[in-house]
Design a protein around this ligand. Structure first.
Ligand code: AMP
Length: 397
């Protein structure tokens, strides 16, 4: 059975086709500049075939038509017809308090995803466009499934997800912590339990998703009990361009000083802050590491700050769960930056967590703690697309 996985943005569309008989990725690709001049598709088949072209994509419908052409007719085709695809799985960023798990997209569900756009204005409206374009391109018979970034975090208790604001902001506007990256945290914590040969129900796991966006989640007995991202993916600790948690009075002070609107503040905190803002070099971890090596003090400071904040979040989640059995690193930085892992783990020895220096240099899925470490340390590459495909398969079966 083949599942088509879609991750749609307002002007982009990432996709994979996965054969669920062996969980093999048959092809993956990206449509960019949807709705603007210069739309293009870049498509790669697992057999090495590549199809790249500029073609007009005024809406997501034309983007899907370009994808179908790439998959079924181009030199890099991987199937004869889209009829071979059993279902479509969509990554949806915000499921609010409504969606506690993945679901088949009915007209009612689509309406709810649309209304939740108020809580994720950059993402949910784009997902709705993509779902509607799929209905137009593939018809209503092809089942579509929504897999939410937030649903894994729905098990958080109120004491973790409520903000200490006047209660009416929760009741009137649903302002609370929702978290993000849930599909990734769920995937790697599951895999961690498998690697440890234990039931997830018996484990306390802290998962660190460290990429351009970063979040840390406390998973107790297989359930998320707290996570660092909040009302939006801006919360938590510093990321490539995002602030993470700030003192709210710093925000009002800067707004008054520079006479900034909420939209301008949003832009500064989402796009100009974090590693980029402090280092002044780049949002890309590799560039900042290189600059720090060359003696750039602000780059070095940005890296130190991020490590310090990660260490503090891990510590707080050990406290929240009253212990920890494993810490997992994933995401572009978590999977690839051995020095970051070394620096973070240097402050986990109080837990009896000991890094094995040699294992830490290995690539891929690897246990990086020593054999006598009381807490297991792992690098587990995340695979959100596969997780979406698995949920989609389970629902359409
Ligand atoms: P992601 O958002 O998960 O794709 O992660 C992107 C981040 O991972 C960027 O900051 C990259 O610089 C970082 N990254 C990717 N590969 C490496 C690497 N080999 N070493 C250090 N950082 C890396």
């Amino acid at each position: 059975m083949k599942i088509f996985v879609v991750n749609a943005g307002s002007s982009s569309l990432k996709y994979q086709l996965i054969d669920m008989d062996n969980e093999q990725v048959l092809c993956k690709g990206l449509c960019e500049r949807i709705g603007v001049e210069g739309s293009c598709i870049s498509h790669k088949a697992d057999n090495g075939g590549v199809y790249e072209t500029e073609t007009p994509m005024p809406t997501h419908s034309e983007a899907f038509e370009a994808v179908v052409y790439a998959m079924t007719k181009s030199d890099a085709k991987v199937i004869d017809s889209f009829d071979e695809v059993s279902a479509i799985g969509h990554r949806i960023v915000q499921g609010g308090s409504i969606f506690k798990g993945s679901c088949i997209i009915t007209p009612e569900a689509l309406n709810d995803i649309d209304e939740l756009g108020a809580l994720a204005p950059l993402h949910n409206p784009a997902h709705v466009l993509a779902i509607k374009a799929c209905i137009k391109t593939f018809g209503t018979e092809k089942p579509q499934v929504a897999v939410f970034d937030t649903s894994f975090h729905q098990t958080m208790p109120a004491k973790a997800y409520m903000f200490p604001l006047p209660y009416k902001y929760y009741t009137d506007y649903k302002v609370r912590k929702y978290g993000a990256h849930g599909t990734s945290h769920n995937f790697v914590s599951n895999r961690c339990a498998e690697l440890m040969g234990k039931a997830r129900e018996d484990l306390k796991i802290i998962t660190c998703h460290l990429g351009n966006g970063c979040s840390i989640t406390a998973v107790d007995g297989g359930k998320c009990v707290d996570t660092s991202m909040g009302f939006t993916p801006l919360d938590g600790f510093m990321m490539g361009t995002r602030t993470g948690t700030l003192d709210p009075s710093a925000i009002t002070y800067i707004a008054e000083k520079e006479n900034l609107t909420p939209a301008q503040l949003n832009h500064i905190f989402n796009k100009e802050s974090g590693i980029l803002g402090v280092s002044g070099v780049s949002n890309d971890n590799r560039d900042v590491v290189a600059a720090a090596k060359e003696g750039n003090e602000r780059a070095a400071l940005a890296l130190q700050m991020q490590r310090y904040q990660i260490i503090k979040f891990i510590g707080s989640y050990v406290a929240a769960m009253n212990g920890v059995d494993a810490v997992v690193f994933t995401g572009g930085i978590g999977e690839n930056d051995a020095n970051l892992r070394k620096d973070v783990c240097a402050n986990l020895t109080y837990l009896g967590a000991f890094l094995d220096a040699e294992r830490n240099t290995q690539r891929g899925e690897v246990k990086i703690s020593t054999d006598d470490s009381r807490v297991a340390l792992y690098v587990i590459p995340t695979n959100e697309e596969l997780a979406i495909a698995r949920d989609t398969l389970a629902l359409v079966k």
